[in-house]
Design a protein around this ligand. Structure first.
Ligand code: URA
Length: 192
């Protein structure tokens, strides 16, 4: 992105990026499953962190906003627990359409999403990234599969923190205290 591109200019480029996603044949199946309802990323254009989830659910598709259902409420709680307001972070998903019956994204859908995530990231000024769950982590490549949850690492010049997906604390509430504990790492972005 050319330095000095205005916030309005970057928002426009982001909208164009999503328009391209809407015609990408890699997402033909999931687009048709979702009835063509794309859920764009949400948040400020100079966020302190970029969160990446898996794919929107029913409520997200209805409101066309990521993480606004039960997982989103838990994510908001974890953000509040470390003193971060949701309005300070940008939240997006690897797959931007709701898969039928909340099926897992297919590998090709995850990998086809990577160039879009890279461009979103660049338009946001390359903030540190927090990847939620294994599908988001897979966008970093198979070699990251063994990286421990809750520890920052450098991915090129970007610090990346893999965390459990918020749904992990919804299905099993006993996971929540550990998740709140791990979430504190978002405050410890490494400096390069
Ligand atoms: N789960 C996700 O991964 N993304 C959302 O937007 C909502 C739930």
């Amino acid at each position: 992105m050319p330095p000095g591109t205005s916030e309005a200019g970057r928002r426009l480029l982001l909208r164009r990026l999503y328009a391209k996603y809407e015609t990408d044949t890699a997402f033909a199946r999931v687009r048709s499953e979702s009835g063509g309802v794309l859920v764009p990323g949400d948040g400020p254009m100079t966020p302190r962190l970029m969160f990446i989830g898996e794919a929107p659910g029913a409520r997200e598709a209805k409101l066309r906003k990521p993480f606004v259902g039960a997982s989103g409420n838990f994510l908001n709680e974890m953000l509040a627990s470390v003193g971060i307001d949701r309005s300070e972070v940008f939240i997006t998903n690897v797959v931007k359409y709701r898969p039928r019956d909340n099926r897992d994204p297919e590998n090709h859908e995850v990998y086809a999403g990577i160039p879009y995530l890279r461009k979103e990231h660049a338009l946001l000024g390359s903030p540190p990234m927090v990847v939620l769950g294994r599908h988001a982590k897979n966008t970093l490549g198979g070699e990251m599969a063994g990286w421990p949850i809750g520890k920052w690492f450098w991915f090129g010049r970007t610090p990346v923190l893999p965390l459990h997906h918020p749904a992990y604390g919804l299905y099993q509430s006993r996971n929540r205290p550990m998740m709140f504990e791990q979430f504190k790492a978002v405050l410890e972005v490494p400096v390069g």
